[in-house]
Design a protein around this ligand. Sequence first.
Ligand SMILES: Cc1cc2nc3c(=O)[nH]c(=O)nc-3n(C[C@H](O)[C@H](O)[C@H](O)COP(=O)(O)OP(=O)(O)OC[C@H]3O[C@@H](n4cnc5c(N)ncnc54)[C@H](O)[C@@H]3O)c2cc1C
Length: 414
Amino acid sequence: MTGGQVAALIGGGMAGVHAAEVLRRDGFDGRVLLVSAEQHLPYDRPPLSKALLRGELALADCLLRPPEWYEEQGIEVLLGVSVDALDPGRRTLRLSTGEQVEFDRALLATGARPRWPLGLAPGCGPVFALRTVDDCLAIRSRLRSGASVVVVGGGFVGAELASSAASLGCRVTMLEAADAPFQRVLGRTVGELFGRFYATGGIRLVTGVQVTGTSVGPEGARLTAGDGRFWDADVVVVGVGVVPNTELAVDAGLRVSDGVEVDAYCTTSAPHVFAAGDVANRPDPVLGRRVRIEHWQNAQHQGTAAGRAMLGIREPFDGVPWFWSDQFGLNLQVAGFPDRADRVVVRGRLEGDRFAAFYLAGPTLVAALGVGCAGEVHLSRRLIAARAHVDPQRLTDEHSDLRDALLASDVPTA
Ligand SMILES: Cc1cc2nc3c(=O)[nH]c(=O)nc-3n(C[C@H](O)[C@H](O)[C@H](O)COP(=O)(O)OP(=O)(O)OC[C@H]3O[C@@H](n4cnc5c(N)ncnc54)[C@H](O)[C@@H]3O)c2cc1C
């Protein structure tokens, strides 16, 4: 793309901002338009369940870039405006203001929105999901000491919220459909361990619960399970996952499955339209199938890769996923694809505050989880990318270097 051309970025989250940044950094001097349905300048989402929720940060501290940055970079930002239609053939967008915008390249960085289980509705009295800063501030205003909080779903965002609410003196109950939190992602052994961490953190964890209904009154809400059990709460937060915002892509006739399908260069089925972040579904060389990743670092790096691809700089984006979570004073990091594993081996004491779990499919390392073990997770990422074969015995030996466990790999890891 050259001067006089238009790069339209749809969605003002991590992926959209990183694409805008790299477009300018790599010399694009045409028009960069960032359209965001939210009223706030782009901000970081991880603090919404952590420091912002606990009142330790202000929104200004969570902005991805300071307000003056957009002007300095010549990035036009439309806030509170959504893109209502995308025509990839004519290369036009229709905005919620009624305006029509012509573009040369467009990026779909529309992210995801909370999934709502049957019987629960968003914005219904004290029933919330946590995705936006407005959700965070609304929940925070109700987290008084002694308030009863029920978190539906034992995923990462729910667990972080539970941890933050408990630290503010709330009485927290977590309702999880599976037998252990994170079971689907991290397996039962590690899930049960986190269940024990919650108990130590003062959380009442109830597993095997399928919430089927809610009734809302002026003072709170009652959640009912299929087996007749019920829980009353001052605040309910539903954290049962997200769905990608693909409607624009579907209406535009782009290929969509679980997310907007892109190739390794972030290009959708329309050549001038790209996608990145939580909404994008890309081929993964390690998995050998498509994958949609809902992590901060993926949105950042894929946004950058997409911005470069919009400029014609084609580099495959296929990094091994990595994310972190902070809960109950523990920092946990996960790399790779734990759900591919057929067994898990542990280095360190699972009950301690420093251990790593390695996930193996046959002899191949496919994922690693570390609590207080950032270095091990970092190295594991490279081993996973290299499809390394490892010796499980050595992996568990705390006193040996992780590299000593390496048996064979496709590519060098040094
Ligand atoms: C509470 C919380 C805590 C998290 N903590 C962690 C963590 O600890 N570690 C980690 O790795 N990840 C974490 N994540 C995940 C991480 O924040 C996301 O993966 C990341 O924000 C995704 O960025 P994105 O740019 O793809 O999408 P988003 O951040 O969802 O941004 C998309 C934007 O596009 C807008 N939009 C949608 N449709 C349109 C349209 N048609 N027109 C205009 N705008 C539109 C949306 O309103 C939104 O503002 C957390 C997420 C949440 C919600």
